[in-house]
Design a binder for this molecule. Structure first.
Ligand code: GLU
Length: 424
């Protein structure tokens, strides 16, 4: 199908189709040549591996692992590794492409990639996870490298897993190579500020958008879906800037308190309760679906893909949506939300604070030097604000949503670089 033909209207979307619909629309507005469009839409490399792991009970279980390099046009590819039961090649492909656009929007010299293993880390012991990480790393030894492809944490992985990955990679090279992965513990060369970086970027871009919409943060309410790394840090930092966070949620359900939830207490409770908010008494319980349609000023979906769809988009009451998760809004929902006049700071902009500080971590590792938290935060805040301004301006100039504007900024940059570099 030629790319000028309208995209098929499907009732359900997988993340790859959701990404492609926006990519196609932005490319059409930019007037991108069809052959360049074809180059940019195709992932550069897709690797699938089988990972046989000895479980603690002595049985051998085979897991499937993926790494998709979407693009290396702007530089070495960059992107996290997801451990989740729903991981599939299609999902990893979409997430890899989103990393390409994300790095281009914040103007850091990386291409995009993503990895994943279909597994349920909540039901695995630390030893089983360690063997899985080491086995995945060995299987990807020709893919990873500080100048080739640099992984990082994503859903279900964190600093602990990145430390094992760095160690396993370093063993094969016969030397310590800390720049091969970001999001490491700070003692192993992890950057100060990396843990909170994605949530901080969500806060910075939310405040920038609120300024444009003339919403005073001290009079504003907010609901945050997801209380993992991104959601909890975004909640804490938004509350610190004056917003009243009335609702938060995790897989145990959603919690609502019209007077505002004490986020630091919720974080302490979660940390003492095996990572779950189950039983939290600082708020009443509501359903996860109710959280999304609360009468708040700002809604932050920071959990997973495809939660705002054409089924619930019309009921959303927030004035501003800031996407902490990757792909939380389906492309059909985009239209409904745009027509309702709700502003959206899209994922590839709003959650780019994480990869920005990953870039700083890589720079520090290569310099053999450590920056202060203050330097990291100042520089990442500036990058996020500049990226927001650029996307906002484009959206006003072309009269498009900030999502399409963000894709336009990103695609234009990658396409121009591709043309300079040339091909066969
Ligand atoms: N997994 C994060 C993301 O989706 C971070 C990626 C990175 O730091 O490379 O943006």
């Amino acid at each position: 199908m030629g790319y000028l033909e309208p995209a098929p209207l499907l009732d359900t979307e997988n993340p790859f189709e959701a990404m492609m619909t926006r990519f196609r629309e932005a490319s059409q507005i930019l007037g991108l040549e069809e052959e360049v469009y074809n180059v940019l839409k195709s992932p550069a490399k897709q690797v699938i591996v089988s990972l046989p792991i000895t479980m603690d009970d002595g049985t051998i279980k085979v897991f499937e692992g993926y790494r998709v390099i979407h693009s290396t046009i702007l530089g070495p590819s960059k992107g996290g590794i997801r451990f989740d039961p729903h991981v599939s090649l299609d999902e990893v492909k979409a997430l890899a492409a989103w990393m390409t656009w994300k790095c281009a929007v914040v103007d850091i010299p990386y291409g995009g990639a993503k990895g994943g293993v279909t597994c349920n880390p909540r039901q695995m012991s630390a030893g089983e996870i360690e063997r899985l990480v080491r086995s995945y790393t060995t299987s990807m030894i020709d893919i990873f490298g500080p100048d080739k492809d640099i992984p990082a944490p994503d859903m279900g992985t964190g600093p602990r897993e990145m430390a094992w990955l760095m160690d396993e990679y370093s063993r094969t090279q016969g030397m310590t190579v800390n720049a091969v992965v970001t999001g490491k513990p700070t003692v192993l060369g992890g950057s100060l500020g990396r843990t909170e970086a994605t949530g901080r970027g969500v806060m910075v871009s939310a405040l920038a958008a609120m300024e444009k919409l003339k919403i005073n943060p001290y009079n504003a309410t907010c609901a945050v879906q997801g209380f993992g790394n991104v959601g909890s840090w975004a909640s804490l930092l938004l509350a610190e800037r004056g917003l009243k966070v009335v609702s938060v949620s995790d897989i145990s359900g959603a919690y609502y308190n019209e007077n505002g939830i004490e986020i630091d207490k919720a974080v302490k409770y979660r940390d003492a309760n095996k990572g779950s908010l189950e039983g939290f008494t600082g708020a009443g319980k509501i359903s996860g679906d109710e959280l999304l349609v609360l009468p708040v000023d700002v809604l932050v979906p920071a959990a997973k893909e495809d939660v705002i769809t054409h089924h619930n988009a019309a009921k959303i009451q927030a004035k501003l949506i800031v996407e902490g998760a990757n792909g939380p809004t389906s492309s059909k929902a985009d239209k409904i939300i745009f027509e309702k006049g709700i502003s959206v700071v899209p994922d590839i902009l709003a959650n780019a604070g994480g990869v920005t500080v990953s870039y700083f971590e890589w720079v520090q590792n290569r310099l053999g030097y450590k920056w202060t938290a203050d330097r990291v935060n100042r520089r990442s805040d500036r990058i996020m604000k500049d990226a927001f301004t650029n996307v906002y301006k484009t959206s006003v100039e072309y009269k498009v949503s900030m999502r399409i504007a963000a894709y336009m900024v990103a695609i234009d940059k990658v396409a121009k670089t591709y043309k300079y570099r040339g091909g066969y």
